[in-house]
Design a protein around this ligand. Structure first.
Ligand code: ZN
Length: 245
């Protein structure tokens, strides 16, 4: 299931807000508690109101809000913060506020995380999801740590001893070592690592790059833990070898 990009980028209003899948119960949906929305115009956009050509849609808002799970057995609550503005209502001269989330905690799961993933991997992914809404560089840092924790879970060695000295292995080397067990997951994780490296060097990653990294990571997780994906691969290999069922 690739990352739902519309969910990540869409704005909402008090009249029209999406229902985000609840990450806690996985049965209900997080819905905006309209009374919790609190928004104010930024200092810069208040100052701009003195401009002769000022228009309401020049306004930039900062907002916070709560979203609550509609499953009465769950009632999870999430905090959302971000930016917004004013937009005309239909063809009228009236305006309404709109809000674009930049942080969402706990965030709806952006990719499928298999049950077998240990809590150390899960907690990093949770942070990666929360930041993916508006802070790609920080999301990418959590994706990188999640990758390290995943390699720990897979018992990929962390260091080597050369000439009596212990040396830490780089993330790159550890991912290469995984190729002995699972070349497909190793290749996918290397691509995740390159995206993260680009972010460290340029200092800025785009949300699209983070979405790509998450999609690649999901592929690696599925290759490592999804029994069905693995079963059909083994099955195909056997059938092709026999040239029959
Ligand atoms: Zn829930």
């Amino acid at each position: 299931m690739p990352v739902n990009q519309r969910n990540l980028r869409d704005s909402f209003t008090k009249q029209r807000s999406p229902a985000w899948p609840c990450p806690t119960c996985k049965a209900g949906h997080l819905r905006i508690d309209k009374d919790s929305i609190s928004a104010k115009a930024t200092a810069e956009s208040v100052a701009a109101q003195d401009h002769p050509a000022w228009d309401p849609d020049w306004t930039t808002l900062r907002f916070v809000a709560l979203a609550v799970c509609d499953n009465t057995d769950c009632l999870e609550v999430a905090t959302i913060k971000g930016r917004g503005g004013l937009q005309p209502i239909g063809q009228s001269y009236d305006y309404q506020e709109f809000y674009t989330p930049e942080y969402f905690d706990p965030s709806p799961a952006l990719i499928i995380v298999p049950e077998q993933c240990k809590s150390e991997v899960r907690s990093e992914l949770k942070m990666a999801f929360a930041h993916a809404w508006g802070d790609p560089t920080s999301s990418s840092a959590h994706i990188r740590t999640a990758t390290e924790r995943l390699l720990d879970q897979l018992r990929i060695q962390k260091s080597v001893t050369a000439k009596g000295k212990r040396q830490r292995l780089t993330l790159h080397r550890r991912i290469e070592l995984l190729s002995v067990k699972n070349p497909e997951a190793s290749e996918l994780l290397l691509a995740v690592k390159w995206i993260g490296n680009a972010g460290v060097h340029s200092g800025a990653l785009t949300q699209q790059e983070v979405i790509d990294a998450l999609d690649l990571l999901e592929g690696a997780l599925s290759s490592l833990f999804d029994p069905h994906a693995n079963r059909v691969k083994v099955l195909a290999k056997r059938i092709n070898k026999r040239r029959g069922p």
